[in-house]
Design a protein around this ligand. Structure first.
Ligand code: GDP
Length: 301
């Protein structure tokens, strides 16, 4: 994607027969190449408004600039890298350290669409905490989807962790409340709560989510987004941010999605940090987010 763009701008600045080694980049030079870049970004799952922002930033940085022909590629690459990093610039809190440092029991709520990878992320994070010597209590707060309680229970057994559960159809806020009470009475540092996967258009489930938050006041509301959802990631992130407020994002299935556009779009649209990325289906397939990796992914395409 990006190498194509660099070739085009190089071409635009070196018209046939031209001998000059240095010239000023004009608006006209930029118009065509930035239009192509915007299309390439959108094809890499970068949301339209974010693609426009990147192109605008590049325009401001490059327009009217005197450049040596041989340096054009370097200048464009650096400008692009800088713009991407700027969008991903929120510092990434270390959730494990935050839990360790807080007094009392922390509550981490995992939110997101059905199939986004909420339960998988929760159990991967539980396993990561266990590795660090913190034993979380798991709350089966998805009382809506058949099999989700069993799914969490199964992981709880595998990881040898306590799972607090009620029956299907019961009040999810009460499940989370009980889990926090249990953790507090056992002196446990953290509760990881699953929630029903919802569509942002699903008012009932959004109301339920608000109730869970009102009753239990989570310390961390972590939105889990499937990185394969592309442009829709922005819409999902905004809706959850409006409904309950988000503290951080986990992008899953980054092992399947080579592009990295969803990271850029989500981070830009709600201005919240990406905490972790999911990179597979094993317990150990959760990695701390690194913005350099995303910039390089987009540059290398
Ligand atoms: P939930 O409905 O949001 O709780 O989603 P699940 O946790 O049940 O995950 C849905 C599917 O996505 C399952 O098949 C998971 O194994 C898979 N999945 C979740 N995270 C990842 C990931 O990071 N990489 C891959 N390849 N698959 C994942």
């Amino acid at each position: 994607m990006f190498s194509e763009f660099r070739k085009k701008i190089d071409g635009a600045l070196s018209k046939a027969g031209e001998k000059i080694t240095e010239r000023r980049i004009s608006e006209k030079d930029l118009n065509k190449v930035l239009k192509d870049l915007k299309i390439s970004l959108i094809q890499s799952d970068v949301a339209l408004e974010v693609s426009e922002k990147i192109c605008q930033d590049l325009r401001e940085k490059l327009s009217g600039k005197e450049v040596k022909r041989t340096k054009i590629n370097d200048i464009i690459t650096e400008s692009f890298r800088y713009t991407v990093k700027d969008i991903l610039s929120q510092s990434t809190p270390n959730l494990i350290e935050e839990i360790k440092d807080s007094t009392g029991t922390s509550l981490v709520l995992f939110l997101g669409f059905n199939g986004s990878g909420k339960t998988s992320t929760l159990v991967k994070f539980a396993s990561m905490l266990k590795e660090k010597g913190i034993e979380p209590v798991l709350a089966a707060g998805d009382t809506y989807r058949a099999a989700s309680i069993e799914q969490l229970d199964k992981h709880g057994k595998e990881l040898d962790l306590k799972v607090i559960k009620h029956d299907y159809g019961s009040d999810a806020a009460a499940v989370v409340y009980d889990a926090v009470e249990h953790a507090e009475s056992e002196g446990k540092r953290v509760v990881l709560a699953d929630t029903a996967g919802r569509a942002h258009s699903n008012t009932n489930l959004m109301d339920e989510l608000e109730k869970i938050c009102r009753v239990n006041r989570p310390d961390w509301k972590v939105l889990v987004i499937d990185s394969l959802t592309g442009n829709d990631a922005v819409d999902q992130a905004r809706k959850f941010e409006e409904a309950v407020g988000i503290d951080g994002v986990v992008l899953t299935k980054m092992d399947v999605n080579e592009k990295g556009g969803a990271a850029l779009s989500t981070s830009y649209s709600i201005n919240k940090p990406i905490l972790y990325i999911g990179v597979g289906q094993e317990y150990t397939d959760l990695e701390r987010f690194n913005s350099d990796v995303i910039a390089e992914r987009l540059l290398s395409e």
